[in-house]
Ligand binder design. Sequence first.
Ligand code: PLP
Length: 283
Amino acid sequence: RTAYLNGTFLPLDEARVPVMDRGFLFADGIYEVAAVLGGRLVDNAAHLARLDRSLSEIGIRNPHTAEEWERLETELATRNGLTEGLVYIQVTRGVAERDFSFPKGAVAPTVTMFTQEKSIVANPLAETGAKAITVPDLRWKRRDIKSVALLAQVIAKQQAAEAGAAEAFMVEDGVVTEGSSSSVFIVTKAGAIVTRPLSHALLPGITRAAVLALAAETGLAFEERLINARELPEAAEAFYTSASAFVMPVVEIDGQTLGDGRPGPVARRLRELYFAFAEGRRS
Ligand code: PLP
């Protein structure tokens, strides 16, 4: 596999970052993940806009224009022969003497990229539907920044794995924030698609935005409002969205079956609509 590190394409196992990198010492960096489908990046302009915003919110200079990023990502995907999977980008504040505050002099950000092959469309989990559990949201208060500080999500996902579930829905003050690596939606028994409104409390999911736009275009009713954790077992359907899962139907939450225990019609419809969108548009 070929990786990218600070201007160079090189074998992944030769790509090394120094111990004094602030990403390693402080998780002082951000990341971005976009899907590749049919060899093309999916909704990439939106991912690169979020990358730029994440960097600007923590005061790291964006080392590339969107055009440059897309060229680098495309070249990396091509070099890896990637037709379906993910492109991962990480930018940290760079290498400097260990000190919490930003380095005084000009320090170049550390830029790394790699790809992962993944069957996103032909995912057997989407056929059966995923199980989810709820866990407490242990994170900081700026979850709108796609920070590489992911310890709370690591723990949440591990708890899910130990419970035989694919995703952990994080709950704060009785309200569902989002999944450990996804945006959460429910469909009420009245048929409304519900997801939490954007704020500093959650990541602005790129797939979430596309799904809401597709719902609007298709005339499917949706509401952006808080989801009480107590609503989960009562929901007709639930699903989560992310660049790596697209739209993933959920059929069981905390051991309780939703509906008839099979992926619901709204989740299946939105998954199909998202495929069409992902296949038909480059960015
Ligand atoms: N929320 C969190 C915490 C995430 O980590 C992710 C993706 O990794 C998402 C939501 C979904 O975002 P996107 O659709 O842009 O992949």
